[in-house]
Design a protein around this ligand. Structure first.
Ligand SMILES: NC(=O)c1ccc[n+]([C@@H]2O[C@H](COP(=O)([O-])OP(=O)(O)OC[C@H]3O[C@@H](n4cnc5c(N)ncnc54)[C@H](OP(=O)(O)O)[C@@H]3O)[C@@H](O)[C@H]2O)c1
Length: 259
């Protein structure tokens, strides 16, 4: 590097990979090159948030994404949720689907919306689709099943009856058998298995039931909320995080502001 005329290197953030951490900087210093470290470190870390998390934990970086109204509803009381936000927010979601390796929902969202969960961005890449479906309730007629030959689709299930896997497998889906926890798919184990399969990031686009479980299981790294300047009302209209909820404000899941 010296021969190439480089006398000074500015480092934003080091590589957290334990196999390489600090090595490059040491080599540079030993070669007599001036190294300035930690410049805009937080910003640089954020640029690499997926890689840094995955390399340290071997589990996917999970982004919980939802679109809600200003009164905190993700659907009208009828269950209709198209559309909560406008075109700009939806375009941003498509970029996220292109950027992250997989997308995950619960079977409740498949039953309610029959979504495609693909990337509709021009030139975009489809994420691997993961449906958390404890008892294999996904209809064989669902769009995610019908399009499984073109878009990788995983049904994560606790169903022990392998005969019931066949029609899904014949349609092109992959069945991932995972242990059960409190009557549903064990999300922590699912993250370990997916991490081993090189799935480094997941856009969690579930309804409030799966979102709550994901928070409780401690698998969520980031929350991306799109808030539309609208009000739906409705005591029974669905909200982004359901489940039991925390008993008091002091027990809230705290979030740090990202820039
Ligand atoms: N606006 C938005 O951003 C948005 C996004 C998504 C959905 N939605 C709306 O949300 C509604 C659907 O809500 P939902 O809560 O039923 O959907 P969901 O959270 O996607 O699915 C819930 C189902 O996932 C299954 N599941 C599997 N493992 C689970 C686990 N560990 N924890 C929790 N659930 C697990 C459960 O059924 P089994 O145990 O039987 O498998 C559960 O009933 C629809 O109205 C939809 O339109 C809105």
């Amino acid at each position: 590097m010296r021969e190439a005329g480089i006398g000074r290197v500015v480092v934003g953030s080091g590589d957290p990979n334990p196999l390489v951490a600090g090595k490059g900087i040491r080599i540079l210093k030993e070669a007599g090159i001036e190294v300035t470290e930690h410049v805009l470190e937080e910003e640089c870390r954020r640029l690499n948030e997926v890689f840094f998390h995955y390399i340290k934990t071997k589990r996917p970086f999970v982004v919980m994404k939802y679109a809600m109204t200003m009164d905190g509803k993700i659907a009208a009381y009828t269950g209709a949720s198209r559309w909560v936000t406008g075109e700009e927010a939806r375009a941003h979601v498509q970029q996220q689907r292109n950027r992250l390796t997989a997308i995950m929902v619960g079977v409740g969202t498949v039953l309610a919306d029959d979504p495609m969960l693909t990337c509709r961005m021009e030139g975009g890449r489809n994420p691997v689709r993961i449906i958390c479906d404890t008892g294999l309730r996904t209809p064989l007629t669902a769009k995610v099943v019908a399009t499984a030959p073109e878009v990788p689709t995983i049904l994560a299930t606790c169903c022990p009856d392998r005969d019931r896997y066949r029609p899904y497998e014949a349609a092109g889906c992959r069945i991932l058998h995972v242990p059960e926890k409190e009557g549903h798919v064990d999300l922590k184990t699912l993250m370990e298995v997916l991490g081993q399969e090189s799935i480094d990031s997941i856009l969690l686009e579930g309804g409030g039931t799966l979102n709550w479980s994901a928070l409780e299981a401690g698998i969520v790294q980031k929350v991306q909320a799109y808030i539309a300047p609208k009000l739906f009302g409705g005591r029974d209209a669905r909200t982004p995080v359901e489940g039991t909820g925390v008993p008091d404000p002091g027990a809230a899941f705290g979030l740090k502001t990202a820039f």
